[in-house]
Design a binder for this molecule. Structure first.
Ligand SMILES: C[S@@+](CC[C@H](N)C(=O)[O-])C[C@H]1O[C@@H](n2cnc3c(N)ncnc32)[C@H](O)[C@@H]1O
Ligand code: SF4
Length: 433
């Protein structure tokens, strides 16, 4: 939803050219199930729609490639929404489509999202939503009631995963602390550099120390109140002027000192004359930081020592001997899990995500994955950096006798498997009689 109430199909339409409906005059349900969106779905199923115009997310079909066919009935309401509370910004990112000089705010019929309109839309769609991205173009926290909106969402629809991305420059320390208590699940700070001189080349007119101070205020408040939310990311876009080892290492160090949950690098392809030439696909430099790149996986972390790493020893009477089980009878396996990182692995989380558990994935004898969520075991307690714990796990043996393999890995629930960011797994043959 754009800040004037128009509903567009996604985040790749900065100037509101592909409007599906208008929440000022229609319900979300009417737009979501209305003729325009149904025709769009029909046309996409048939191979393409003129509605999509020059959308940069459009992927042309390869020769003879059949279009993906999705259900025309997408339910009464969407399960996910972006909410833009303003398209205005307090800085001007170099050649960005949302920089104020582009005139983006003139493409909106309102400067700031009306609170009553916001409430009406959230009240209607909230129960069906699993996630709200509370940003689009512009800087959300320029809206005077942005924090109140976050509070409203989380107090009325706590099941919604509420996420935002901010440049961090519109919030005072006091507002940053209030945002911590709003219930918001995750906040990303866009800080592309570790010094004023590198930062301001993209974030023009931005003040590096102010952005970092806001981030620090949120981290400190969270720690002071012993809260496990919100998860706080520092997201650093790599350009030609901030991709040196020096600048990146300074960011690693600062992120570690501040206590940020996650520092990640973002690879971009724009502006054309500015994106990092050092970290391009296929380069050894990119390979070296691959798991720390935002889009590579959901756990990778460039903060020193914070990359999730574990060793899982499967206790067997004879090392190397397959695990033996009888068909249909659960098998008790003893393991010992060693935290090889400098961050603790929480055994519990107040919000049911990001707790760490041991998983056993069922694979065929040749390693092909059969069931990723085959078995899970809780950690007995939060696992401190460097600590080990005995973690028994009950394996529900397959009903078909034969040779299988089990892959043991840790999982940050709702986020990702440790293997995805390079942690070693342990594989054992399972013989079922
Ligand atoms: C349009 S911004 C709006 C939110 C907020 N003003 C901010 O900068 O985080 C949304 C996202 O786009 C990202 N972004 C901005 N310029 C980018 C670029 N050249 N390449 C990739 N992502 C970019 C931002 O870092 C942010 O995460
Ligand atoms: S800070 Fe965000 S909204 Fe503002 S110009 Fe940069 S990317 Fe766009």
């Amino acid at each position: 939803m754009l800040c004037d109430g128009r509903l567009v199909c996604g985040c790749a339409d900065p100037y509101g050219r592909r409007t599906l409906g208008d929440a000022r005059v229609a319900s979300v349900r009417d737009v979501w199930t209305g003729p325009r969106i149904v025709t769009l779905r029909e046309e996409l199923n048939a191979g393409g729609s003129r509605f999509c115009g020059d959308c940069p997310l459009k992927l042309p079909l390869q020769k003879d490639e059949p279009p993906s066919v999705r259900p025309l009935d997408a339910g009464a309401l969407p399960s996910r929404m972006y909410i833009e509370c303003t398209a205005a910004c307090n800085i001007s990112c170099d050649q960005a489509c949302c920089a104020p000089e582009t005139g983006i705010t003139r493409t909106r019929q309102a400067g700031m999202l009306d609170f009553d309109l916001f409430r009406r839309v959230v009240d209607e769609a909230g129960a069906a939503l699993v996630r709200i991205d509370f940003f689009n173009y512009g800087e959300a926290f320029l809206h005077k009631r942005a924090i109140e909106m976050c509070e409203y969402i989380k107090s009325h629809f706590p099941q919604v995963y509420l996420y935002t991305s901010t440049n961090g420059l519109a919030l005072t320390d006091e507002q940053a602390r209030r945002l911590v208590h709003s219930g918001i699940d995750e906040v990303t700070f866009s800080i592309d550099g570790a010094s004023q001189s590198a930062y301001e080349k993209y974030r023009r007119r931005g003040r590096f120390d102010r952005a970092v101070a806001t981030l620090r205020a949120m981290v400190d408040e969270k720690h002071r109140r012993a809260r496990d939310l919100p998860f706080l990311n520092w997201r650093y876009i790599l350009f030609t002027w901030n991709d040196s080892d020096d600048e990146m290492n300074r960011a690693r160090q600062m992120a570690g000192d501040i206590g940020v949950d996650r520092l990640c690098w973002e690879l971009t392809d724009h502006p054309e004359n500015a994106y990092s030439r050092r970290f391009v696909p296929g380069s050894p430099d990119l390979e070296a930081i691959r798991h720390e790149v935002w889009d590579d996986n959901n756990l990778g972390n460039a903060v020193p020592g914070a990359m999730p790493r574990a060793r899982i020893d499967v206790r067997a009477i004879w090392p190397g001997v397959p695990l033996l089980a009888r068909a249909g009878r659960p098998l008790q396996v003893r393991t010992r899990v060693h935290n090889l990182s400098r961050r603790q692995y929480p055994a519990q989380a107040t919000y049911g995500r990001r707790l760490v558990r041991l998983g056993a994935q069922l694979c065929a004898a040749d390693g092909t994955l059969v069931d990723r969520d085959f078995a899970r075991a809780w950690l007995p307690a939060t696992l401190a950096p460097g600590a080990r714990a005995d973690v028994p796990i009950e394996i529900p043996t397959p009903s078909q006798p034969g040779r299988y393999s089990l892959k043991f890995d840790l999982v940050s629930e709702g986020i990702d498997w440790f293997e995805r960011c390079g942690s070693d797994t342990t594989v054992r043959t399972l013989l079922v009689r």
